[in-house]
Structure formats: structure tokens, C-alpha cells
Design a binder for this molecule. Structure first.
Ligand SMILES: Cc1ncc(COP(=O)(O)O)c(C=O)c1O
Length: 430
């Protein structure tokens, strides 16, 4: 998908579009998202998971990147949606996303969010704690609704090869119900005794940006023991098991882009074998990747401004965005690779550090990257920014959020308008 255009300057092509022309047309910073790439990933999920294994469902974790148009693409590709807030749910409602294909997650859902989910008949609520369960019971009774319940379990697994802020399945975690017999038995009993809730099964999410499947497999073993336990102790069978997302993508050269089958084949084998050994039925299996679907589908274009050489120390090149459009390097030392979009094929000259424009010394997008000779006005393209960039963006230093452009086979379409200065003060009472 990434080629250089055959012209004098050699420009980076993305989704069949000349990225330098995109930067000129829409301005920078600019998020560029490849529709083709997203659809290809969804089709890989269809082929290598949904069609390959019986009784499976796939959900896109919308926290990675969400717009109404994205909802439409996901729905057209036959996937459901994982939402974690009233705002994500509202976006899906406004986009006309089928509500039965939505799972509502979150470790601190408000009553207002629960009511929004119930009144719109979302397919499932993944319950994180007993307080939330009581709120759902009360609200469902009041609104005369019946809802399907999954319990998010904290399986006590440490997902070794990722940053501590993005591993979530360990025991001391803000997410999920701890694996304590009494707590889990009470939670299930409360649902079984309610005429407004239906117990469907369990959910876990061990962490993000994982390149191995062992944490998922270890969590599967824990969950199978739990399913066996509740079957024997309570006579309750588990109909659904949601194994979360977390499949890793390529950010830097050393990362190896893995096919979905690398993860799901091993996980499915452990589920099927484990259930057979435990003498329980294999539940319907759900996955909910976010980053794996949209991460490599996005790039960000910046214009390079000041170039500062500190002799014998380092050369900083500053771009017209930074931590407000991509907080991941500052948040968890995320690494990115980049090219100069208008100088493709030119010899890499020297090592530089790419800085953002915010008043924070930590606003560094890429440390030590080799680029061609840089001049002010060059266009820098940072790869793999499709996930957790636009969705995590802020207005820090009062920088308006960039526009988002969708590209597909040489066509470009504005997906989200660039914010204006007026947008920055819109909600202020003055
Ligand atoms: C519950 C849940 N599901 C799915 C995901 C998606 O993770 P990823 O984008 O790494 O696939 C997350 C990420 O935080 C999550 O918390």
C-alpha cells in the first residue's frame, strides 16, 4: 500500500493518494485513514475467525478510532462494536449502528450511561463490578428492560511484553471482577435471580499491543476453570466468552506485523481443548480488536518548521502538531517510524529527533530517527497512527484538532473537519 509516486520529487503515496498533495489540500497536521486497509483487516477477521470457527462474533473496539463513518464501515463489514462510554455509544446510535451488535464496557459506567444503553437495547453490557450490577438491575426494572450480561473478569495474568499502562488483566487492576469465589458467585446469583438480566458469560482483556498469545492462552485456562466451577457449583453454563483484543501491530521496523490467525488459532485451540478436558460445552467466542484493525490504516502528516542543531548533542526538528494529536509517546513511550513524504527515495542523511510544538519537554514524537536532509516546509509522515491518536487527541496549548481524511484507491474524502479557533471557545460562558 505504501509506494513512492513516480515523479521528480518522489512523494509518498497512501491509499493511492499523493500525501504531499493531501497536506496541501487539507493543511497539516492531518490524519489520513485508509478505508481499504480497514476493510481488508475486517475481511481477514471474517475469513480467519468468523468463517473458520463456528459460533464466533467479532467486535471492533471503537476506543481505538471512532467516527460515524467508521461505524458505517464496521457495520458494512459485519462486525459489532465495543463501546466504553456514553459518547461512544451516542456516536454509534447517531450512525444508525445496529444496537444488538454493541457491547457496552467500562469500569465506572454512570447511571445516565446505563440508562442510555438500556433504553437503546444494546446487545450486551460487560459488567465490571457489583455496584454497577446493582445500578443496572434498578434501572432495567424501572425502564422495564431486559439486558444480556457478561462479567469482565480480572484473570490475574501479567501480559509481559507490553507497557504497564496497557496491560489490564493482572489482579491488581482497576478493570474487572477479581477472581474471588464469593464475589463471582454473588454476581452470577444476582443476575440469575433477576427477571431483567440474563447471564451470558465472561469477558477478559489481558492487555494491548501484544505480539504473543501466551497471556490470552493463560487467561483462557483461568476462565475455563471458572466456567467449570460455576457449572459444578451453581449448575450455570456459560454461553459466551469474550477474549478481548490486544493483538499487536507494526509501529517500528523491529515490529513484525502478525496475521490474525497467529493469535486466534492458538487461542481457539486452547479453548476447544480446555473445554473438552473440563467436560464443558465450548461457548460462543468473541474477539474485540481495535488497534489491529485501524492502527496501520492511519498516518499523520505534519509540516516541519524549525530545525535546531545543538552541536555535538542533537538536532531537533519541530512539527506543527505533537502530543495533542498523538499523546502516546509521552503517555507510554510509544515508538513510531516516519519518512519525509516529499523526499522519498532520497538518501538518509543524519539522525534527528522529532519534537512537537507544545510547551512540554516531553513533547517528543520520535527520538533519534534517520531522515533525508531536512528543510523547513518538508512534510513528515508518521506511520501507524490510526489507533489511539485521533481518539486520544486533546486541545492542549489550545491547538485545534486536525482534520481526518479518508483515502481509498486514489480518492480522498473529508471525514472530520479541522477544528477552528472558534471551536476552542464554543462552550465558554463569557
Ligand atoms: C475491554 C477492551 N477490549 C478491547 C480493547 C482493544 O484493545 P486493542 O486496541 O489493543 O485491540 C481494549 C483496549 O483497551 C479493551 O479495554
Amino acid at each position: 500500500m505504501l509506494k513512492t509516486a513516480d515523479n521528480n520529487e518522489k512523494h509518498l503515496l497512501f491509499g493511492g493518494c499523493d500525501t504531499v498533495a493531501l497536506a496541501k489540500k487539507y493543511g497539516t497536521p492531518l490524519y489520513v485513514i485508509s478505508e481499504e486497509h480497514i476493510r481488508e483487516r475486517c475481511r481477514e477477521i471474517q475469513r480467519d475467525f468468523l468463517l473458520k470457527y463456528n459460533r464466533t462474533k467479532a467486535f471492533y473496539a471503537s476506543k481505538a478510532f471512532l467516527t460515524m463513518k467508521m461505524c458505517r464501515i464496521i457495520s458494512e463489514e459485519g462486525l459489532g462494536l465495543d463501546v466504553v462510554s456514553g459518547g461512544e455509544l451516542f456516536t454509534a446510535i447517531k450512525a444508525g449502528f445496529p444496537m444488538e451488535d454493541v457491547i457496552f464496557h467500562g469500569n465506572n459506567k454512570s447511571l445516565e450511561e446505563i440508562e442510555l444503553a438500556l433504553s437503546n437495547d444494546v446487545g450486551r453490557i460487560a459488567v465490571d463490578n457489583l455496584d454497577e450490577l446493582a445500578m443496572i438491575q434498578e434501572a432495567a426494572e424501572r425502564l422495564d428492560k431486559k439486558t444480556k450480561i457478561l462479567f469482565r473478569i480480572s484473570p490475574g495474568i501479567e501480559a509481559g511484553d507490553t507497557h504497564e499502562y496497557i496491560f489490564t488483566g493482572h489482579k491488581d487492576s482497576k478493570f474487572g471482577i477479581p477472581l474471588e469465589q464469593n464475589i463471582i458467585k454473588k454476581a452470577i446469583a444476582d443476575v440469575m435471580n433477576s427477571s431483567h438480566m440474563e447471564f451470558m458469560g465472561f469477558h477478559f482483556h489481558v492487555g494491548s499491543q501484544l505480539f504473543r498469545y501466551d497471556s490470552h492462552v493463560a487467561a483462557v485456562h483461568v476462565l475455563i476453570r471458572l466456567m467449570e466451577y460455576i457449572k459444578n457449583e451453581m449448575g450455570v453454563s456459560t454461553q459466551e466468552l469474550n477474549i478481548g483484543g490486544g493483538f499487536g501491530i507494526r509501529y517500528v521496523e523491529e515490529d513484525e506485523s502478525k496475521p490474525l490467525s497467529f493469535f486466534v488459532d492458538a487461542i481457539m485451540e486452547s479453548i476447544i481443548q480446555g473445554c473438552e478436558n473440563a467436560n464443558i460445552d465450548v461457548p460462543l467466542i468473541m474477539i474485540e480488536p481495535g488497534r489491529w484493525i485501524v492502527g496501520e490504516a492511519g498516518i499523520t502528516l505534519y509540516t516541519i518548521g524549525s530545525i535546531k542543531e545543538i552541536p555535538g548533542i542533537r538536532t531537533y526538528i519541530s512539527v506543527d502538531g505533537g502530543m495533542p494529536d498523538n499523546p502516546r509517546p509521552a503517555l507510554y513511550q510509544a515508538k513510531y517510524r516516519a519518512v519525509v513524504a516529499n523526499k522519498m527515495g532520497q538518501e538518509l542523511e543524519k539522525q534527528v529527533t522529532v519534537a512537537g510544538k507544545c510547551c512540554e519537554s516531553g513533547d517528543i514524537l520520535i527520538e533519534n530517527i534517520k531522515l533525508p536532509k531536512i528543510e523547513s516546509g518538508d512534510i513528515l509522515a508518521v506511520f501507524s497512527t490510526g489507533a489511539y491518536n485521533y481518539s486520544m487527541s486533546s486541545n492542549y496549548n489550545r491547538l485545534p484538532r486536525p482534520a481526518v481524511v479518508l483515502v481509498n484507491s486514489g480518492n480522498d474524502e473529508l471525514m472530520v473537519k479541522r477544528e477552528s479557533y472558534e471551536d476552542l471557545i464554543r462552550n465558554e460562558m463569557f
